[in-house]
Design a protein around this ligand. Structure first.
Ligand code: OAD
Length: 228
């Protein structure tokens, strides 16, 4: 079986009703990321940070996987497939994808604020101020904030380097180090980019562009790859 890596961003969940970050009307128009998605924000105003992620979690619980998530999951029938996502939602898993790597963490999980290896499922949909880990410290969302390390990067880079086909969808490729994984593709890798917007890649390898939303674009890719 060929190796396929699907690299996704917020746009893949847009058709499920979850906001992207940098599109018109996106989350970073409503919030300053410095106020909600950095360690400094957590130190300065933890309750506001918790509120922001509690709202994101609520959206995710209400959302359903869309056609793109479903087709991405279907790739597993044909290929050895890895989904590398920047999304913190669980829509890839809910659509049936098995090998999912969340570079920026998972909204449905929390972790200790003093030991990042102590991870819990978020019960009742919310993390409250005063919810403590077993070491007695406040728990925080299990997400990667700006300026924090991305622990899964080495594994992501390895999977991309082994890919015969790399499918990129729903990401503006503006946030590093995640966006840099494209440079790890080997020279024989076939790269497809599905996005309705203009995305600059700076990739030395030719990119096959499908200028469509993720659902329609994945359908077109299935036709192109002659999959049913
Ligand atoms: P962005 O909001 O930066 O980019 C969204 C991309 O999705 C754009 O290229 C849009 O054109 C595209 N898009 C919009 N609707 C779409 C649709 N229906 N189908 C397919 N594509 C569509 O989101 P990301 O690139 O995911 O990180 O952002 C990367 C990171 O920045 C996030 O993980 C988050 C954010 O700040 C952290 O919070 C650390």
């Amino acid at each position: 079986m060929k190796n396929v890596v699907v690299f996704t961003g917020a746009g893949v969940s847009a058709e499920s009703g979850i906001s992207t970050f940098r599109d018109h009307g996106g989350l970073w128009e409503k919030y300053k990321f410095e106020d909600v998605a950095t360690t400094e924000a957590w130190i300065r105003q933890p309750k506001i940070v918790l509120e922001f992620y509690n709202a994101r979690r609520k959206e995710v619980i209400q959302a359903k996987p869309n056609r793109a998530h479903e087709l991405i999951s279907k790739l597993q029938s044909y290929f050895n497939t890895w989904v590398i996502t920047q999304n913190i939602d669980n829509l890839h898993e809910r659509a049936g994808s098995k090998n999912v790597m969340h570079l920026h963490g998972e909204i449905m999980k929390s972790k200790s604020s003093i030991n990042p290896n102590i991870i819990y499922d978020v019960k009742n949909g919310e993390i409250k101020w005063g919810d403590l880990c077993e070491l007695g410290s406040q728990i925080r969302p299990h997400v990667v904030w700006f300026g924090e390390e991305v622990p899964l990067m080495p594994l992501a880079l390895q999977k991309v380097s082994e890919a015969d086909i790399l499918i990129i969808t729903g990401t503006s490729l503006q946030v590093y180090p995640a966006a840099g994984i494209i440079f790890n593709a080997n020279k024989n890798c076939e790269i497809f980019l599905i996005d309705p917007g203009e995305v600059s890649t700076h990739s030395p390898i030719k990119i096959n562009r499908i200028k469509e939303k993720a659902g329609k674009g994945m359908e077109m890719l299935f036709e192109k790859l002659k999959l049913d």
